[in-house]
Design a protein. Structure first.
Lengths: 250, 279
Protein backbone atom coordinates (compact mmCIF):
# COMPACT_ATOMS: atom_id res chain seq x y z
CA UNK A 1 0.00 0.00 0.00
CA UNK A 2 1.39 3.38 -0.99
CA UNK A 3 1.03 5.66 1.98
CA UNK A 4 1.48 9.33 2.36
CA UNK A 5 1.29 11.24 5.57
CA UNK A 6 1.23 14.94 6.09
CA UNK A 7 4.31 16.27 7.79
CA UNK A 8 4.05 17.62 11.29
CA UNK A 9 5.43 21.05 11.00
CA UNK A 10 7.91 22.63 13.33
CA UNK A 11 6.96 26.23 13.63
CA UNK A 12 9.43 28.85 14.72
CA UNK A 13 7.26 30.71 17.10
CA UNK A 14 7.14 31.41 20.77
CA UNK A 15 4.38 29.30 22.23
CA UNK A 16 1.95 30.99 24.50
CA UNK A 17 0.43 29.85 27.72
CA UNK A 18 -3.30 29.89 27.84
CA UNK A 19 -4.88 30.98 31.03
CA UNK A 20 -8.25 29.60 31.93
CA UNK A 21 -10.27 32.50 33.34
CA UNK A 22 -12.30 32.03 36.48
CA UNK A 23 -15.57 32.35 34.62
CA UNK A 24 -14.98 30.21 31.64
CA UNK A 25 -17.16 30.37 28.61
CA UNK A 26 -16.63 27.68 26.06
CA UNK A 27 -14.66 29.10 23.19
CA UNK A 28 -16.46 29.70 19.95
CA UNK A 29 -16.15 26.64 17.77
CA UNK A 30 -13.40 26.76 15.20
CA UNK A 31 -14.76 27.75 11.80
CA UNK A 32 -15.29 24.81 9.50
CA UNK A 33 -13.49 25.27 6.22
CA UNK A 34 -14.85 24.47 2.80
CA UNK A 35 -12.46 21.79 1.54
CA UNK A 36 -10.16 22.53 -1.39
CA UNK A 37 -8.72 19.86 -3.62
CA UNK A 38 -5.04 20.16 -4.50
CA UNK A 39 -4.81 17.30 -6.93
CA UNK A 40 -4.59 19.36 -10.10
CA UNK A 41 -3.30 22.58 -8.58
CA UNK A 42 0.01 24.09 -9.56
CA UNK A 43 2.98 23.56 -7.31
CA UNK A 44 3.12 27.27 -6.53
CA UNK A 45 -0.48 27.28 -5.41
CA UNK A 46 -0.07 24.18 -3.28
CA UNK A 47 3.00 25.68 -1.62
CA UNK A 48 1.17 28.94 -1.01
CA UNK A 49 -1.85 27.26 0.53
CA UNK A 50 0.21 24.92 2.66
CA UNK A 51 2.30 27.86 3.81
CA UNK A 52 -0.90 29.28 5.18
CA UNK A 53 -1.69 25.99 6.86
CA UNK A 54 1.65 26.18 8.64
CA UNK A 55 1.07 29.75 9.75
CA UNK A 56 -2.35 28.99 11.12
CA UNK A 57 -1.33 25.74 12.80
CA UNK A 58 -3.42 24.65 15.73
CA UNK A 59 -2.39 23.99 19.25
CA UNK A 60 -5.51 22.10 20.16
CA UNK A 61 -5.01 18.86 21.94
CA UNK A 62 -7.26 17.01 19.59
CA UNK A 63 -8.07 17.87 16.05
CA UNK A 64 -10.50 16.40 13.61
CA UNK A 65 -8.97 15.97 10.20
CA UNK A 66 -10.82 14.81 7.14
CA UNK A 67 -8.84 13.67 4.14
CA UNK A 68 -10.00 12.26 0.88
CA UNK A 69 -7.42 10.30 -0.99
CA UNK A 70 -7.37 9.18 -4.59
CA UNK A 71 -5.35 6.15 -5.61
CA UNK A 72 -3.40 7.99 -8.26
CA UNK A 73 -2.75 11.11 -6.23
CA UNK A 74 0.48 11.93 -4.56
CA UNK A 75 -0.97 14.48 -2.21
CA UNK A 76 -4.01 14.63 0.01
CA UNK A 77 -7.01 15.61 -2.03
CA UNK A 78 -8.90 17.63 0.47
CA UNK A 79 -8.15 19.18 3.79
CA UNK A 80 -11.29 20.12 5.60
CA UNK A 81 -9.51 21.65 8.52
CA UNK A 82 -8.01 25.06 8.05
CA UNK A 83 -4.82 23.50 9.34
CA UNK A 84 -3.29 20.10 9.57
CA UNK A 85 -1.20 19.29 12.57
CA UNK A 86 0.36 16.31 14.20
CA UNK A 87 0.86 12.88 12.70
CA UNK A 88 -1.71 12.20 10.05
CA UNK A 89 -2.41 9.03 8.17
CA UNK A 90 -3.76 9.27 4.64
CA UNK A 91 -5.56 6.24 3.35
CA UNK A 92 -5.03 5.21 -0.24
CA UNK A 93 -8.16 4.54 -2.22
CA UNK A 94 -8.53 1.04 -3.57
CA UNK A 95 -6.54 -0.83 -0.95
CA UNK A 96 -8.19 -2.87 1.74
CA UNK A 97 -8.25 -0.56 4.64
CA UNK A 98 -7.22 -1.63 8.10
CA UNK A 99 -6.66 1.64 9.85
CA UNK A 100 -6.06 0.02 13.19
CA UNK A 101 -2.85 -1.52 12.03
CA UNK A 102 -1.49 1.54 10.32
CA UNK A 103 1.35 3.38 11.89
CA UNK A 104 3.91 5.57 10.38
CA UNK A 105 6.26 8.40 11.04
CA UNK A 106 5.59 12.00 10.28
CA UNK A 107 7.19 11.64 6.90
CA UNK A 108 5.87 8.15 6.28
CA UNK A 109 9.02 6.61 7.80
CA UNK A 110 8.96 3.12 9.10
CA UNK A 111 9.31 2.93 12.89
CA UNK A 112 12.73 1.39 12.38
CA UNK A 113 14.03 4.52 10.69
CA UNK A 114 12.42 6.71 13.33
CA UNK A 115 14.02 4.65 16.09
CA UNK A 116 17.48 4.75 14.55
CA UNK A 117 17.18 8.43 13.79
CA UNK A 118 16.19 9.24 17.36
CA UNK A 119 18.97 7.12 18.74
CA UNK A 120 21.49 9.00 16.65
CA UNK A 121 20.12 12.41 17.44
CA UNK A 122 19.75 11.82 21.17
CA UNK A 123 23.08 10.03 21.45
CA UNK A 124 21.63 7.23 23.58
CA UNK A 125 22.24 3.51 23.61
CA UNK A 126 19.83 1.15 21.98
CA UNK A 127 18.99 -0.28 25.39
CA UNK A 128 18.16 3.12 26.82
CA UNK A 129 15.95 3.91 23.88
CA UNK A 130 14.10 0.63 24.31
CA UNK A 131 13.50 1.62 27.92
CA UNK A 132 12.37 5.10 27.03
CA UNK A 133 10.00 4.14 24.25
CA UNK A 134 8.73 0.82 25.50
CA UNK A 135 9.66 -0.80 22.23
CA UNK A 136 10.73 -4.38 22.79
CA UNK A 137 14.10 -5.62 21.72
CA UNK A 138 12.61 -8.43 19.65
CA UNK A 139 10.17 -6.01 18.00
CA UNK A 140 13.04 -3.86 16.85
CA UNK A 141 14.84 -6.82 15.32
CA UNK A 142 11.67 -8.00 13.64
CA UNK A 143 11.44 -4.59 11.97
CA UNK A 144 14.94 -5.04 10.67
CA UNK A 145 14.16 -8.40 9.21
CA UNK A 146 10.87 -7.46 7.52
CA UNK A 147 10.79 -6.13 3.95
CA UNK A 148 10.57 -2.37 3.42
CA UNK A 149 7.05 -1.00 3.37
CA UNK A 150 5.60 -3.77 5.49
CA UNK A 151 2.97 -2.80 8.01
CA UNK A 152 3.66 -2.44 11.66
CA UNK A 153 1.20 -3.03 14.39
CA UNK A 154 0.30 0.11 16.29
CA UNK A 155 0.77 -1.59 19.63
CA UNK A 156 4.35 -2.50 18.87
CA UNK A 157 5.70 1.04 18.62
CA UNK A 158 5.00 1.95 22.22
CA UNK A 159 5.88 5.55 22.88
CA UNK A 160 8.20 5.85 19.90
CA UNK A 161 6.20 8.42 17.96
CA UNK A 162 5.33 10.29 21.12
CA UNK A 163 9.08 10.67 21.63
CA UNK A 164 9.58 11.69 18.01
CA UNK A 165 6.91 14.33 18.41
CA UNK A 166 8.45 15.53 21.66
CA UNK A 167 11.91 15.72 20.13
CA UNK A 168 10.49 17.96 17.42
CA UNK A 169 9.13 20.26 20.12
CA UNK A 170 12.43 20.19 21.98
CA UNK A 171 14.30 21.01 18.80
CA UNK A 172 12.04 23.99 18.31
CA UNK A 173 12.67 25.14 21.85
CA UNK A 174 16.44 24.75 21.78
CA UNK A 175 17.18 25.82 18.25
CA UNK A 176 20.65 24.75 17.13
CA UNK A 177 21.71 23.24 20.43
CA UNK A 178 23.23 19.77 20.28
CA UNK A 179 20.36 17.69 21.56
CA UNK A 180 22.53 14.82 22.75
CA UNK A 181 24.77 17.14 24.74
CA UNK A 182 21.76 18.93 26.20
CA UNK A 183 20.27 15.65 27.31
CA UNK A 184 23.47 14.43 28.89
CA UNK A 185 24.10 17.70 30.70
CA UNK A 186 21.42 17.00 33.29
CA UNK A 187 20.44 13.85 35.17
CA UNK A 188 16.95 15.28 35.49
CA UNK A 189 16.59 15.36 31.74
CA UNK A 190 18.02 11.92 31.16
CA UNK A 191 15.81 10.41 33.81
CA UNK A 192 12.77 12.01 32.25
CA UNK A 193 13.72 10.40 28.96
CA UNK A 194 14.28 6.94 30.42
CA UNK A 195 11.06 7.08 32.37
CA UNK A 196 9.08 8.06 29.30
CA UNK A 197 8.13 11.44 30.76
CA UNK A 198 8.52 13.17 27.42
CA UNK A 199 6.18 16.00 28.30
CA UNK A 200 8.39 16.83 31.27
CA UNK A 201 11.39 16.76 28.95
CA UNK A 202 9.71 19.24 26.65
CA UNK A 203 8.87 21.42 29.62
CA UNK A 204 12.51 21.36 30.65
CA UNK A 205 13.48 22.49 27.18
CA UNK A 206 11.05 25.37 27.36
CA UNK A 207 12.08 25.98 30.99
CA UNK A 208 8.56 25.92 32.32
CA UNK A 209 8.20 25.33 36.04
CA UNK A 210 6.26 22.22 36.94
CA UNK A 211 3.02 23.02 38.81
CA UNK A 212 2.54 21.23 42.11
CA UNK A 213 0.26 18.24 42.04
CA UNK A 214 0.71 17.56 38.37
CA UNK A 215 0.79 13.89 37.57
CA UNK A 216 3.91 12.50 36.02
CA UNK A 217 3.98 12.25 32.25
CA UNK A 218 1.31 14.84 31.54
CA UNK A 219 1.72 18.51 30.90
CA UNK A 220 -0.64 21.28 31.80
CA UNK A 221 -1.01 24.82 30.85
CA UNK A 222 0.18 27.45 33.29
CA UNK A 223 -1.56 30.74 33.28
CA UNK A 224 0.65 33.75 32.87
CA UNK A 225 -0.25 36.89 31.03
CA UNK A 226 1.43 36.53 27.69
CA UNK A 227 2.65 40.05 27.48
CA UNK A 228 4.49 40.03 30.81
CA UNK A 229 8.21 39.38 31.00
CA UNK A 230 9.03 37.28 34.00
CA UNK A 231 11.99 35.39 35.38
CA UNK A 232 11.47 31.68 35.35
CA UNK A 233 13.33 30.09 38.23
CA UNK A 234 14.02 26.41 38.17
CA UNK A 235 15.55 24.47 41.00
CA UNK A 236 18.45 23.05 39.01
CA UNK A 237 18.65 25.00 35.78
CA UNK A 238 20.20 28.40 35.12
CA UNK A 239 17.49 30.98 35.50
CA UNK A 240 16.62 33.05 32.48
CA UNK A 241 14.02 35.62 31.69
CA UNK A 242 11.61 34.81 28.96
CA UNK A 243 8.18 35.59 27.74
CA UNK A 244 5.50 33.29 28.99
CA UNK A 245 5.64 30.07 27.11
CA UNK A 246 3.08 27.48 26.41
CA UNK A 247 3.37 24.03 27.79
CA UNK A 248 4.18 22.73 24.38
CA UNK A 249 3.05 19.22 24.16
CA UNK A 250 -0.54 18.65 23.33
CA UNK B 1 -16.17 52.13 -10.98
CA UNK B 2 -19.69 51.71 -12.26
CA UNK B 3 -22.32 51.18 -9.61
CA UNK B 4 -24.59 48.21 -10.08
CA UNK B 5 -27.86 49.17 -11.75
CA UNK B 6 -30.80 49.43 -9.37
CA UNK B 7 -31.20 47.83 -5.99
CA UNK B 8 -30.46 44.14 -5.98
CA UNK B 9 -33.26 41.78 -5.04
CA UNK B 10 -32.94 40.08 -1.67
CA UNK B 11 -31.95 36.86 -3.38
CA UNK B 12 -29.12 38.71 -5.08
CA UNK B 13 -27.75 40.66 -2.15
CA UNK B 14 -24.81 39.86 0.10
CA UNK B 15 -25.32 38.67 3.64
CA UNK B 16 -24.46 40.79 6.62
CA UNK B 17 -25.70 44.01 5.04
CA UNK B 18 -22.51 44.22 3.05
CA UNK B 19 -22.55 46.56 0.09
CA UNK B 20 -23.26 44.90 -3.23
CA UNK B 21 -20.15 44.32 -5.28
CA UNK B 22 -19.42 45.63 -8.73
CA UNK B 23 -20.60 42.82 -11.00
CA UNK B 24 -18.10 43.42 -13.79
CA UNK B 25 -15.96 40.43 -14.53
CA UNK B 26 -12.21 40.54 -14.15
CA UNK B 27 -9.84 40.02 -17.00
CA UNK B 28 -6.77 38.05 -15.85
CA UNK B 29 -8.63 37.16 -12.72
CA UNK B 30 -6.33 35.96 -9.94
CA UNK B 31 -8.76 33.20 -8.97
CA UNK B 32 -7.03 29.85 -8.58
CA UNK B 33 -9.94 27.76 -7.49
CA UNK B 34 -13.58 28.06 -6.47
CA UNK B 35 -15.31 25.45 -4.38
CA UNK B 36 -18.85 24.91 -3.24
CA UNK B 37 -19.68 22.40 -0.54
CA UNK B 38 -23.15 21.33 0.52
CA UNK B 39 -23.57 19.05 3.52
CA UNK B 40 -26.84 17.31 4.04
CA UNK B 41 -28.49 14.44 5.85
CA UNK B 42 -31.06 11.96 4.74
CA UNK B 43 -31.92 8.32 4.58
CA UNK B 44 -29.61 7.58 1.64
CA UNK B 45 -26.48 5.56 2.33
CA UNK B 46 -24.16 4.25 -0.31
CA UNK B 47 -24.32 5.71 -3.81
CA UNK B 48 -24.39 2.91 -6.39
CA UNK B 49 -22.12 3.10 -9.41
CA UNK B 50 -25.07 3.30 -11.79
CA UNK B 51 -26.30 6.38 -9.99
CA UNK B 52 -22.98 8.15 -10.24
CA UNK B 53 -22.77 7.48 -13.96
CA UNK B 54 -26.21 9.00 -14.37
CA UNK B 55 -25.05 12.02 -12.42
CA UNK B 56 -21.93 12.26 -14.54
CA UNK B 57 -23.91 12.08 -17.76
CA UNK B 58 -26.31 14.77 -16.59
CA UNK B 59 -23.41 17.00 -15.66
CA UNK B 60 -21.60 16.47 -18.95
CA UNK B 61 -24.75 17.18 -20.90
CA UNK B 62 -25.50 20.38 -19.01
CA UNK B 63 -22.00 21.82 -19.09
CA UNK B 64 -20.75 20.50 -22.41
CA UNK B 65 -17.65 19.18 -20.66
CA UNK B 66 -16.44 15.60 -20.76
CA UNK B 67 -16.00 13.86 -17.44
CA UNK B 68 -14.13 10.70 -18.32
CA UNK B 69 -12.90 10.01 -14.81
CA UNK B 70 -15.04 8.43 -12.14
CA UNK B 71 -13.19 7.06 -9.18
CA UNK B 72 -14.07 5.73 -5.79
CA UNK B 73 -13.22 8.12 -3.02
CA UNK B 74 -12.95 7.21 0.62
CA UNK B 75 -13.32 9.77 3.30
CA UNK B 76 -11.49 8.92 6.48
CA UNK B 77 -12.23 10.98 9.52
CA UNK B 78 -9.54 10.72 12.12
CA UNK B 79 -9.34 12.21 15.55
CA UNK B 80 -5.82 12.05 16.88
CA UNK B 81 -4.93 12.41 20.52
CA UNK B 82 -1.34 13.11 21.50
CA UNK B 83 -1.95 14.11 25.06
CA UNK B 84 -1.39 10.68 26.57
CA UNK B 85 1.70 8.48 26.44
CA UNK B 86 1.15 7.12 22.96
CA UNK B 87 -0.85 8.56 20.15
CA UNK B 88 -4.23 7.07 19.55
CA UNK B 89 -6.93 7.78 17.09
CA UNK B 90 -10.57 7.19 16.48
CA UNK B 91 -12.22 7.48 13.15
CA UNK B 92 -14.57 6.22 10.57
CA UNK B 93 -14.76 5.97 6.84
CA UNK B 94 -17.39 6.44 4.24
CA UNK B 95 -17.22 5.76 0.58
CA UNK B 96 -18.19 8.02 -2.25
CA UNK B 97 -17.22 9.01 -5.75
CA UNK B 98 -15.28 11.64 -7.57
CA UNK B 99 -16.21 12.73 -11.07
CA UNK B 100 -13.50 14.74 -12.79
CA UNK B 101 -12.81 16.28 -16.16
CA UNK B 102 -9.76 15.13 -18.06
CA UNK B 103 -7.72 18.16 -17.05
CA UNK B 104 -8.97 18.06 -13.48
CA UNK B 105 -10.24 21.61 -13.63
CA UNK B 106 -13.78 20.52 -12.88
CA UNK B 107 -14.57 17.90 -10.29
CA UNK B 108 -17.51 16.78 -8.24
CA UNK B 109 -16.97 14.70 -5.12
CA UNK B 110 -20.05 13.04 -3.77
CA UNK B 111 -20.52 11.27 -0.46
CA UNK B 112 -23.78 10.19 1.10
CA UNK B 113 -23.79 13.41 3.13
CA UNK B 114 -21.63 15.83 1.14
CA UNK B 115 -21.35 17.33 -2.28
CA UNK B 116 -18.19 19.20 -3.24
CA UNK B 117 -17.94 21.00 -6.56
CA UNK B 118 -14.58 22.47 -7.45
CA UNK B 119 -13.61 24.59 -10.45
CA UNK B 120 -10.12 25.55 -11.50
CA UNK B 121 -11.19 27.32 -14.69
CA UNK B 122 -13.78 29.75 -13.38
CA UNK B 123 -15.61 31.88 -15.93
CA UNK B 124 -18.69 33.24 -14.28
CA UNK B 125 -20.98 32.34 -11.42
CA UNK B 126 -23.94 31.18 -13.46
CA UNK B 127 -21.92 28.97 -15.74
CA UNK B 128 -19.10 27.71 -13.54
CA UNK B 129 -20.91 27.25 -10.24
CA UNK B 130 -24.65 27.71 -10.18
CA UNK B 131 -25.48 25.53 -13.16
CA UNK B 132 -23.36 22.51 -12.17
CA UNK B 133 -24.47 22.75 -8.54
CA UNK B 134 -28.06 22.77 -9.66
CA UNK B 135 -27.53 19.71 -11.83
CA UNK B 136 -25.67 17.84 -9.12
CA UNK B 137 -28.09 18.63 -6.33
CA UNK B 138 -31.03 17.82 -8.54
CA UNK B 139 -29.53 14.44 -9.34
CA UNK B 140 -28.66 13.76 -5.72
CA UNK B 141 -32.17 14.69 -4.66
CA UNK B 142 -33.46 11.88 -6.81
CA UNK B 143 -30.87 9.33 -5.78
CA UNK B 144 -30.41 9.97 -2.07
CA UNK B 145 -33.57 11.82 -1.03
CA UNK B 146 -31.77 14.20 1.33
CA UNK B 147 -33.94 15.78 3.96
CA UNK B 148 -31.89 18.48 5.64
CA UNK B 149 -29.11 20.79 4.57
CA UNK B 150 -26.56 21.42 7.31
CA UNK B 151 -24.06 23.68 5.61
CA UNK B 152 -23.48 25.51 2.37
CA UNK B 153 -19.95 26.76 1.91
CA UNK B 154 -18.35 28.75 -0.85
CA UNK B 155 -14.64 29.29 -1.04
CA UNK B 156 -12.65 31.42 -3.45
CA UNK B 157 -8.88 31.27 -3.35
CA UNK B 158 -7.16 34.06 -5.23
CA UNK B 159 -3.45 34.24 -5.83
CA UNK B 160 -2.24 37.57 -7.12
CA UNK B 161 0.90 37.09 -9.18
CA UNK B 162 3.15 39.88 -10.34
CA UNK B 163 6.83 39.21 -11.03
CA UNK B 164 7.62 42.83 -10.21
CA UNK B 165 6.37 42.41 -6.63
CA UNK B 166 9.55 41.31 -4.91
CA UNK B 167 8.77 42.41 -1.36
CA UNK B 168 5.62 42.00 0.72
CA UNK B 169 5.34 45.77 1.03
CA UNK B 170 5.28 46.19 -2.72
CA UNK B 171 1.66 45.05 -2.70
CA UNK B 172 0.69 48.43 -1.29
CA UNK B 173 -1.57 50.17 -3.73
CA UNK B 174 -2.92 46.84 -4.91
CA UNK B 175 -4.15 45.20 -1.74
CA UNK B 176 -6.23 47.37 0.55
CA UNK B 177 -4.11 49.09 3.17
CA UNK B 178 -6.27 47.80 6.02
CA UNK B 179 -5.14 44.29 5.16
CA UNK B 180 -1.49 45.17 4.74
CA UNK B 181 -1.28 46.33 8.32
CA UNK B 182 2.25 45.93 9.56
CA UNK B 183 3.67 46.17 6.06
CA UNK B 184 2.84 49.85 6.20
CA UNK B 185 4.59 50.41 9.49
CA UNK B 186 7.04 53.28 9.00
CA UNK B 187 9.68 51.69 11.23
CA UNK B 188 9.80 48.05 10.25
CA UNK B 189 7.32 47.73 7.41
CA UNK B 190 10.01 47.41 4.80
CA UNK B 191 11.71 44.71 6.83
CA UNK B 192 8.73 42.40 6.97
CA UNK B 193 9.61 39.13 5.30
CA UNK B 194 6.25 37.40 5.65
CA UNK B 195 2.85 37.91 7.16
CA UNK B 196 -0.31 35.88 7.24
CA UNK B 197 -3.56 36.78 8.87
CA UNK B 198 -6.80 34.94 9.47
CA UNK B 199 -9.92 37.01 10.01
CA UNK B 200 -13.26 35.62 11.11
CA UNK B 201 -16.16 37.66 9.81
CA UNK B 202 -19.57 37.58 11.45
CA UNK B 203 -22.33 38.10 8.93
CA UNK B 204 -25.31 37.01 10.94
CA UNK B 205 -26.31 34.31 13.39
CA UNK B 206 -25.83 31.44 10.99
CA UNK B 207 -23.55 32.89 8.33
CA UNK B 208 -19.95 33.74 8.61
CA UNK B 209 -16.77 34.07 6.66
CA UNK B 210 -13.09 33.38 7.10
CA UNK B 211 -10.55 35.47 5.28
CA UNK B 212 -6.97 34.29 5.18
CA UNK B 213 -4.55 36.52 3.41
CA UNK B 214 -0.95 37.47 3.15
CA UNK B 215 2.14 37.67 0.96
CA UNK B 216 3.59 34.32 0.00
CA UNK B 217 7.02 33.79 -1.60
CA UNK B 218 7.02 32.30 -5.07
CA UNK B 219 10.34 30.45 -5.34
CA UNK B 220 9.85 29.82 -9.05
CA UNK B 221 9.94 33.51 -9.96
CA UNK B 222 11.69 34.95 -6.93
CA UNK B 223 8.76 37.29 -6.47
CA UNK B 224 6.11 37.65 -3.81
CA UNK B 225 2.56 36.56 -4.54
CA UNK B 226 -0.43 37.64 -2.51
CA UNK B 227 -2.94 35.05 -1.38
CA UNK B 228 -6.53 35.93 -0.65
CA UNK B 229 -8.50 32.92 0.60
CA UNK B 230 -12.13 33.74 1.23
CA UNK B 231 -14.48 31.13 2.66
CA UNK B 232 -18.08 32.09 3.39
CA UNK B 233 -20.72 29.72 4.64
CA UNK B 234 -24.24 29.30 5.88
CA UNK B 235 -24.39 26.92 8.81
CA UNK B 236 -27.96 26.11 9.68
CA UNK B 237 -30.19 23.11 9.38
CA UNK B 238 -32.97 23.73 6.91
CA UNK B 239 -35.12 21.52 4.78
CA UNK B 240 -33.42 20.32 1.61
CA UNK B 241 -35.02 22.38 -1.11
CA UNK B 242 -33.11 22.91 -4.31
CA UNK B 243 -34.15 26.46 -5.04
CA UNK B 244 -33.45 27.55 -1.48
CA UNK B 245 -29.97 26.05 -1.58
CA UNK B 246 -29.20 27.79 -4.85
CA UNK B 247 -30.40 31.09 -3.44
CA UNK B 248 -28.15 30.61 -0.42
CA UNK B 249 -25.20 29.77 -2.63
CA UNK B 250 -25.87 32.76 -4.82
CA UNK B 251 -26.04 35.13 -1.88
CA UNK B 252 -22.79 33.62 -0.59
CA UNK B 253 -21.31 34.39 -3.99
CA UNK B 254 -22.47 38.01 -3.72
CA UNK B 255 -21.06 38.13 -0.22
CA UNK B 256 -17.72 36.85 -1.44
CA UNK B 257 -17.69 39.43 -4.20
CA UNK B 258 -18.32 42.25 -1.79
CA UNK B 259 -15.60 41.04 0.57
CA UNK B 260 -13.13 40.44 -2.25
CA UNK B 261 -13.57 43.92 -3.62
CA UNK B 262 -13.14 45.36 -0.16
CA UNK B 263 -9.77 43.62 0.03
CA UNK B 264 -8.42 45.07 -3.19
CA UNK B 265 -7.35 48.67 -3.70
CA UNK B 266 -10.03 50.41 -5.80
CA UNK B 267 -7.57 51.68 -8.40
CA UNK B 268 -6.05 48.26 -8.83
CA UNK B 269 -9.48 46.69 -9.08
CA UNK B 270 -10.35 49.07 -11.92
CA UNK B 271 -7.36 47.89 -13.91
CA UNK B 272 -8.56 44.30 -13.60
CA UNK B 273 -12.17 44.88 -14.56
CA UNK B 274 -13.70 44.49 -17.97
CA UNK B 275 -17.08 45.69 -19.12
CA UNK B 276 -18.77 42.32 -19.18
CA UNK B 277 -20.91 41.70 -16.14
CA UNK B 278 -20.97 38.53 -14.06
CA UNK B 279 -24.34 36.86 -13.53
Amino acid sequence: MAMTAAMPVSRSRTPRIRQTPVHWDPPAPEPVATPVGLDFASRAFIDALEGFNVAFGSDWTQELVRIVRRADSLAPDFATSVYIDGLVRVVTVGDSIDLDSLVGGADGSHPLRVFDSLRSELGVTQKDLFTATGVKHRTYHSWKSKPAGSRTRRESVGRLFHLADSVADIREALGNVDLAAWLRASDVRYEALLEGRFDDLVDLAWAIPKPSGRSVGTSSRVGIASEVDLPIIRSTEVPRTSRAKQSVHR
Amino acid sequence: MTDPVGTPALSDSPYGNLPPGDPRLLKDAPLEVAICEVRFTGPGNAIPAEAVTRIRDALASALGIEFPNIQIATQGTMQINFSVGASNWAGDQIQGWQIASADGKHSATIFPGTLIWQVGAYRRWSESMRQPIEVLLGALEGELRPELVQRVGLRYVDRFVDPDRTTPGSWAGRIDSTLLGALSNPTFGQKVAGAQQMIQIYLDESRSGVLRHGPIPDPATGSINYLLDLDVSANESVAFELKSILTTAERLNRTSLSLFQACVHPDYLKTMQQEEVDD
